[in-house]
Design a protein around this ligand. Structure first.
Ligand code: COD
Ligand code: ATP
Length: 199
């Protein structure tokens, strides 16, 4: 039986950093953010729906979506964010489940679904175990501003678009505290995977 691990956290808490560590165990990772970029490429159904809903002002010269412009709209307006989610999420969900089922058929020991909005989108029933990557709020804000070169207001509007990571940690089967070094997070992951008997 394949163990389906839901990897989540909140923005910039370190999901991508931790997801790379699964490589060392040959555990496949399905990345919802990556899929969400693919399903909005020109020619895809979700692309047409986004242009219809948000207009052509959110397009770049080559007609691809200007993610910064769309982000500036949806991270400051809950209704518009819901509209975008309603377009993008069904397509992401379908693709993710297809990939999950492929790995289950291959009889892999484990497969990871890296889903930032696992709780917010009520997708917890898709996974067997929930692993939350946690950091304290000040560190989250600092890392987000540094990574995205964003202002404090921009970063805070993104953070406030999600459930607080402390709340997610309360509902998890296991929590990695990523306040320390990447090596310390790696050691925690190793211990969790041993406990879950997937390595
Ligand atoms: C608004 C968009 C265009 C901004 O793109 P951008 O390249 O700047 O950010 P990216 O997609 O890399 O997302 C970065 C992080 O933002 C957070 N985030 C993204 N979308 C959302 C959302 N709708 N609600 C809350 N947080 C979100 C996630 O933590 C994600 O990891 C893009 O995030 C998007 O299309 N979002 C809707 C789809 C979605 O929910 N994606 C995330 C999970 S599938
Ligand atoms: N333990 C750590 N020590 C120092 N920096 C870290 C650590 N973990 C992650 N970072 C840095 O913090 C930033 C956020 O991490 P990462 O991109 O992995 O977060 P994320 O949760 O995947 O974010 P998103 O929700 O946007 O996809 C990155 O610049 C990353 O290099």
């Amino acid at each position: 039986m394949t163990v389906v691990i839901g990897l989540t956290g909140s923005i910039a808490t370190g999901k991508s950093t931790v997801s790379l560590m699964f490589d060392d165990y040959d555990i496949p990772v399905i990345d919802a953010d990556k899929i969400s970029r693919k399903v909005v490429e020109p020619g895809e159904k979700a692309y047409d729906q986004i242009v219809e809903t948000f207009g052509r002002d959110i397009l770049r010269e080559d007609d691809t979506i200007d993610r910064k412009a769309l982000g500036a709209i949806v991270f400051n307006d809950e209704e518009k964010r819901k509209a975008l989610n309603g377009i993008v999420h069904p397509a992401v969900r379908e693709k993710m489940l297809e990939e999950r089922d492929y790995h289950v058929r291959q009889n892999e020991k484990a497969v990871v679904l890296d889903i930032p909005l696992l709780f917010e989108s009520e997708l917890t029933h898709f996974v067997d175990k929930i692993l939350v990557v946690y950091v304290d709020e000040e560190i989250q804000l600092k890392r987000l501003m540094e990574r995205d070169e964003s202002t404090e207001d921009e970063a805070k509007s993104r953070i406030n678009s999600q459930m607080p990571v402390s709340k997610k940690a309360e509902e998890a089967d296991a929590v990695i505290s990523n306040n320390g070094t990447k090596q310390q997070s790696y050691d925690q992951l190793d211990a969790i995977l041993r406990k879950w008997e997937v390595i």
